[in-house]
Design a protein around this ligand. Structure first.
Ligand code: GLN
Length: 189
């Protein structure tokens, strides 16, 4: 099994380490030609969604990546990756890949609570540590998507078929169970 990691901007090294820990092969996607390699799943990391979204467009990758996801490629978006996959962004006119039936709020925790950590239940896994950095949360999950974790009444993880998103950064903790869950989605395809 090989996972492509979108490495245009943001926190991607930690995802490579999490996959290493689980014995899954990964490679970096930096340009359109990298999408021609064969791979079984895609990770879109945290960072700045506007920057990653713009780079995807400038590199001519947006339509190709969107098509691969709508054709069923398993994808896991963390934080900015979640924003890139959302069909609706409450506080931004732009949308990016727009494949997942969720509404999100960027920088939803404001400046005071810019970064925080907690432990909360994740459906199908159990209690896991969650690290939030200038995180979004999901304000609405459409009929096609399903909430997997809630913190303080806000949805912070969701799934829609082949698409998994978390508002937090599982790659920044020692706990690789969300990555393992993603690998399970790929195997169960
Ligand atoms: N605040 C960033 C955004 O809006 C996301 C932050 C993150 O990925 N850690 O894109």
């Amino acid at each position: 099994m090989r996972i492509g990691i979108l490495c245009l901007q943001g926190a991607f090294i930690e995802h490579i380490h999490a996959l290493d820990k689980l014995g899954a092969d990964s490679f970096e996607i930096r340009q359109k030609s990298d999408l021609r390699r064969s791979f079984d799943g895609l990770i879109i990391p945290g960072g700045e969604s506007t920057v990653i979204g713009k780079l995807l467009g400038d590199l001519g990758m947006t339509d190709k990546v969107r098509g691969m996801i709508t054709d069923g490629l398993p994808v896991f978006g963390t934080c900015a990756g979640l924003i890139l996959l959302a069909k609706r962004i409450e506080n931004d006119d732009r949308t990016h890949l727009s494949t997942m039936d969720i509404t999100v709020m960027r920088n939803a925790y404001g400046r005071q609570l810019g970064s925080f950590a907690c432990v909360a239940p994740f459906e199908g896994i159990g209690e896991i540590p969650m690290t939030f950095i200038r995180a979004p949360y999901i304000t609405e999950v459409g009929a096609n998507a399903h909430a997997l974790a809630t913190v303080d009444g806000h949805i912070v993880a969701a799934r829609q078929d082949n698409q998994l998103v978390t508002a937090f950064h599982p790659e920044l903790t020692d706990d690789a169970r969300v990555h393992e869950y993603f690998l399970g989605m790929i195997k169960g395809k």
